[in-house]
Design a protein around this ligand. Structure first.
Ligand code: ADP
Length: 380
């Protein structure tokens, strides 16, 4: 229906009955209560009346010549314009009629004659209320769908922007780094302490920017349709991530232990990024003068889900930060303290969610942090 029935001051009720006296009695009861009442003496007139103006409720007699109430109801339900009108069947106790058939043909309720006035009024009101709530739900649903479509679109645009921007920033940055290298190589002796410092600043800032651009590119690529998931052995993924981090591991003296990990369905590169980011953080955010102790374990939460845990003995995260650490660019430390871009965990969350899982953490400040993530288990 195209307008909210409860917003209308006079609710419009159509009564369909081939007995004029019945029509009159019901019409009087309802119009005395302030309803706007229309009457139809047969099914065809009722259908035409509904096309002219869609009523809020229909009271429909079952036993009528030519077209019985079931057929009228079926036709109303088959037409998108009239399908939402609640139909209350009315029939005499002695009539041969079938309640199941009445509901199957789309009826919402039924009243048997002789009826009590209060019952008729209560049922009419009840169906108007249900219809009003359904209307509100429909409106809210349409609003939510529109909002969702907008969000999906702007998300896509943002990802495209991040991709294009980070991609196009790479070549000018390479020119800056290349020229700074040349300056160092050719003129190092002549620059003096100030010149040296300026060059160091350029190289450091360029290094930072390279890191940021690479993270942005990786993040934006997650929005691009990916190849189908395949069976991935997480032990293999972990070994790859550990190999990539071998420099940091030996520099920090980290001790990494891990249990045997399962095989899941996923994207190998993304899973490697996930393990690598979480372990790189576990190493990076270590306590001063304490070698990182990192443990990776995994258990079946239930037959359907694996739960992974990556535990460290680092600086910990203030629990008050909550989920903010998963927001893009959100960092709790300055770059000089702990270098980074604040995209790593955003990327991890996206990877886990793309694989149908969840990512969260628990932490005690000064003692360490555990990141947890789940993945659907392979069906055996
Ligand atoms: P980055 O590592 O580039 O700063 P992330 O998105 O990976 O960005 O992490 C966001 C923030 O969460 C970090 O800046 C850090 O403050 C905190 N964090 C992440 N992992 C850990 C960890 N294992 N221990 C302590 N703090 C962490």
């Amino acid at each position: 229906m195209n307008s909210d029935p409860v917003e209308r001051t006079h609710k419009d009720i159509l009564i369909v009955d081939d007995t004029p006296i019945n029509l009159r009695v019901l019409a009087k009861i309802l119009s005395d209560r302030g309803y706007k009442v229309r009457k139809a003496l047969n099914g065809q007139i009722a259908l035409t009346a509904c096309q002219t103006l869609v009523p809020d409720v229909i009271l429909l007699d079952i036993m009528m010549p030519d077209m019985d109430g079931y057929e009228v109801c079926q036709r109303l339900k088959a037409d998108p314009k009239t399908q939402d009108i609640p139909v209350i069947f009315i029939s005499a106790l002695e009539d041969e009629w079938d309640k199941v058939k009445a509901f199957k043909s789309g009826g919402s309720d039924y009243i048997t004659k002789p009826f009590q006035i209060e019952e008729v009024l209560a049922r009419v009101k009840h169906h108007l209320t249900i219809q009003h709530l359904q209307y509100q739900l429909k409106v809210q649903n349409a609003e939510l769908q529109a909002l969702n479509a907008q969000l999906v679109q702007s998300n896509k645009e943002l990802e495209q922007f991040a991709h294009v921007a980070s991609h196009d920033l790479q070549s000018p940055l390479q020119v800056i780094i290349g020229n700074a290298d040349l300056l160092t190589w050719k003129y190092e002796q002549q620059l003096g302490p100030d010149g040296d410092r300026y060059l160091t600043n350029i190289m450091e800032a360029s290094g930072r920017m390279t890191h940021l651009i690479q993270d942005l590119l990786t993040y934006s690529k997650l929005g691009i349709p990916q190849p189908e998931f395949e069976a991935i052995d997480c032990n293999f993924v972990l070994e790859e991530a550990l190999a990539n981090l071998s420099g940091e591991i030996s520099k920090s003296g980290a001790n990494i232990t891990h249990a045997h990990l399962p095989t899941i369905r996923g994207d190998e590169i993304q899973l490697m990024q996930l393990f690598q980011n979480l372990m790189a953080n576990a190493i990076k955010f270590r306590l001063p003068d304490v070698s990182p102790e990192i443990d990776i374990s995994c258990n079946l939460n239930n037959p359907e889900e694996w739960q992974f845990e990556i535990r460290d003995n680092g600086i910990g995260i203030d629990p008050e930060q909550g989920d903010r650490i998963f927001e893009a660019f959100y960092r709790l430390h300055s770059y000089n303290e702990y270098p980074g871009t604040g995209i790593g965990l955003t990327l991890c969350k996206k990877v886990v969610e793309r694989h149908g899982g969840r990512l969260w953490f628990s932490s005690i400040k000064g003692e360490g942090t555990t990141f947890y993530f789940t993945f659907p288990a392979l069906k055996s």
